[in-house]
Design a protein around this ligand. Sequence first.
Ligand code: OGA
Ligand code: NI
Length: 387
Amino acid sequence: MYLDKTILNNTVIVCPYLNPFKLKGPKSREMNSSDVNFSLLQNQLNVPAEFFWPEKDVAPSDGDLDLPVIDLSGFLNGNEAETQLAAKAVREACMGHGTFLVVNHGFKSGLAEKALEISSLFFGLSKDEKLKAYRIPGNISGYTAGHSQRFSSNLPWNETLTLAFKKGPPHVVEEFLTSRLGNDRQEIGKVFQEFCEAMNGLIMDLMELLGISMGLKDRTYYRRFFEDGSGIFRCNYYPPCKQPEKALGVGPHNDPTAITVLLQDDVVGLEVFVGGRWQTVRPRPGAFVVNVGDTFMALSNGNYKSCYHRAVVNKEKVRRSLVFFSCPREDIVPPPELVESKEASRQYPDFTWAQLQKFTQSGYRVDNTTLHNFSSWLASNPDKKST
Ligand code: OGA
Ligand code: NI
């Protein structure tokens, strides 16, 4: 562990949780995540300035967002009238701000709760044990704290465990975790593997509902498009923070992926930017939050809005969320009928998820201009198309 001297209130104090590399800019990418230790940090009255965010980003929430709660049972049971009602609500939400809630989503009873418990078990392990699952720079899967590998300022107040998912066998989530954490921790891998498989199934159903909501002639267009796709599963763990008005669990961003399904525990924290202000998405027992990401916005030719969101932290309580991001394998091409009419010209160039991922992983911070910047970058670098 590194020791760092930081001046707070004119007193020099030794902070055993910050690596001096962080203060040197680009070097910060070389750090490993052992440098941020939230068990120590959460008890400090003064949060280190690396965790402070610009004022516009920490503007407080201005009330609750009234989101449609979409009951999926009719659609999942093949009831056409209920499917059309659900599709209409999905369409309105996606054209407005790109977020909605789903209930009766077909998850095996108790699985979501079990996965949340398992995430607490993981984050409750000793720092040394969590670091066995350390994210090797350049890889998707692994544990990080405060994202200090990638950034040196505006650090998020969270610990994350991210796991690349691909429909198996092999059971990639389970294999990654058990190989890193050892056989004594097999349960963690097993539960997360089962959770990811259920999430992947739900994503397929949602893709069909999204196709129906757009009135596509082939309502399975998106489902088929994502059939061979993969996902990224992330457990977020937000420790209490003594200065929550200055820090953020996750800064304002759009998910670059296609659609995101998010399960939050019972602590408030997720907020969406709608109508020029931040609004709270209150946890609702049994519900998942569905967000449109940049890739789906492109796949809908811009008709559906990628949701701009953030997670705030609080003084008293740990908050947890489990997030599943869906990623397509193929070229991102909207259904022909959405781009062939005269009024609807093509809004974004062809690209692949691998290209967008590369763009967003290269130290660039994703926000609501990412898709636009990425499109311009692709247009000015035609050779990147074959990457
Ligand atoms: C994310 C995210 C929000 C939350 O992980 O991309 O937006 O509530 N999380 O944890
Ligand atoms: Ni997000």
